[in-house]
Design a protein around this ligand. Structure first.
Ligand SMILES: Nc1ncnc2c1ncn2[C@@H]1O[C@H](COP(=O)(O)OP(=O)(O)O)[C@@H](O)[C@H]1O
Ligand SMILES: [Mg+2]
Length: 448
């Protein structure tokens, strides 16, 4: 993750520089520091820096001066601004001038690390995308199956247009990766990609989070604050889990999408905004529209291009590519050679239904790489639940009904009990599936 990332931190406060070092070094980043902008400039040239973290206020040249220099001379460098004063307007200015992220002092370790991680993932995506001549290899997304080829074609089309995009798929299938790929391959790539988790915003804060507020707009609004749409101006806003947006939030989103303008809480000034909407959900929005829980007008606004990301178990041998990719990635992070997998382990992984999709696979491989210290990884290293659900190898005494029952159960777990999808996967109609399930229950097979 933090492979080969070089960070230069510029701040006139020694203690902030120490905090940055103390938190970033253990994550594997290379960190250089200096206390003045004029000292920073030659280091940018010499050290091949990837990310500049800069204070806003400094005695001589300020953070904004540094940003302007970096933007003009090192367009590929990422910038993060730290603001010490109640200087949110400064932060907004910084973002407009090209800082990718900003952090207000004092910040927690988590806030720092997650801001840096966001930037690093952008850097890595950009590296993949900008490999000269060769077209971006599937946008840095792993997969060779026809199902994923369809997704990559869609990403290409979406990136070339400026239309809003709805990305559907179970959780952990890579929807956010898809959204980033669209943004970083579009004409908006040099402006911000702003992720917004619709489930995380309490209803009472929707307006101020989306559109910002002015100083004194409400009790507790001690300072002015920029909203997500303002930060996404010129770029893309990623509305994650849009199926969970409250009716109030849906109404606010519809308005800003239609009118392309908004007002901040506590102000009547109208701000124009130009941003592309990328939305994602694991829910069936069409069905929600039919049930009246999702606004139809909003659905049509966001569902101009739709991209459906398939579940992991629909991608055939892609799972092998992903296993290799994660083994290599996590081993590299620990400076180890990737371990092998025994045949039994490989079979178990291929048979597992992966309800958590790629995220579940990624977490498992990471755990195995960290915990297991022998090579190859053996079946006994897998979590119990995965080992014990294995069909007994070479057991040929099971009846056809037993095998059928087990397969149906696996498919249902993969489709999260969606019977229509399960019937599709099984190649039978819903009625047949219903009858089989009923029979299974009658014969006592329905219990775990
Ligand atoms: N095809 C893929 N290739 C590489 N990594 C993937 C792929 N799909 C998902 N991932 C990884 O799996 C995790 C979950 O992906 P994410 O985009 O957050 O899923 P979602 O938004 O659908 O829940 C992330 O760490 C992501 O990098
Ligand atoms: Mg997600």
């Amino acid at each position: 993750m933090s492979d080969d990332i070089r960070i230069l931190a510029v701040d006139d406060s020694k203690s902030t520089l120490e905090v940055l070092k103390r938190n970033l070094l253990p994550e594997g980043y290379e960190v250089y520091t200096c206390e003045r902008v004029d000292e920073a400039l030659p280091l940018l040239e010499e050290l091949d820096i990837d990310l500049v973290i800069t204070d806003y206020r400094m005695p001589q040249a300020t953070g904004l001066d540094l940003i302007k220099h970096v933007r003009g001379n090192h367009p590929d460098m990422e910038i993060m601004m730290i603001t010490g004063y109640p200087s949110i307007p400064g932060a907004v200015e910084a973002i407009k001038d090209g800082a990718g992220e900003y952090l207000a002092k004092p910040f927690t370790t988590e806030e720092l690390l997650s801001a840096v991680e966001r930037i690093v993932s952008r850097l890595q995506q950009r590296r993949v995308f900008s490999t000269p001549d060769t077209p971006p290899d599937n946008f840095g997304i792993i997969g060779n199956s026809p199902e994923m080829a369809r997704v990559f074609r869609r990403i290409g089309k979406a990136a070339a247009s400026d239309a809003n995009v709805l990305i559907s798929g179970q959780s952990g299938t890579g929807k956010e990766l898809v959204a980033r790929a669209v943004h970083y391959n579009s004409d908006r790539r040099s402006a911000s990609f702003v992720p917004v988790n619709c489930t995380a915003i309490p209803d009472s804060l929707v307006e101020s989070e989306l559109f910002g507020h002015v100083k004194g707009a409400f009790t507790g609004a001690k300072e002015a604050r920029a909203g997500f749409f303002e930060i996404a101006h010129g770029g893309s806003i990623f509305l994650d889990e849009i199926g969970d947006a409250s009716p109030n939030m849906q109404a606010k989103l519809l308005r800003v999408i239609q009118a392309k303008e908004f007002t901040k809480v506590g102000s009547s000034r109208v701000h124009r905004v130009d941003t592309r909407i990328l939305a994602a959900t694991h829910k069936d929005l069409k069905q929600m529209v039919a049930e009246g829980t999702f606004r139809e007008d909003l659905f049509y606004r966001i569902n101009v291009v739709d991209i459906t990301v398939p579940a992991l178990c629909e991608r055939g041998d892609d799972i092998l590519l992903l296993i290799n990719y994660f083994l290599t990635k996590f081993s590299k992070g620990m400076h180890r050679t990737p371990p092998g997998l025994s045949d039994e382990v490989l079979h178990a992984l291929q048979r597992h239904p992966w309800p958590g999709n790629v995220r579940e696979l990624e977490n498992l491989i990471q755990k195995l790489v960290v915990i297991v210290d022998h090579d190859p990884i053996e079946i006994t290293d897998l979590p119990d639940a995965m080992r014990f659900s294995l069909p007994r190898e070479g057991n040929v005494s099971r009846t056809l009904a037993e095998v059928e029952y087990e397969h149906i159960r696996n498919v249902l777990s993969m489709t999260r009990d969606n019977k229509t999808r399960a019937a599709e996967v099984l190649g039978i109609n819903r009625k047949t599936l219903r009858e089989k399930l009923k029979r299974m229950e009658e014969f006592g097979g329905g219990e775990e």
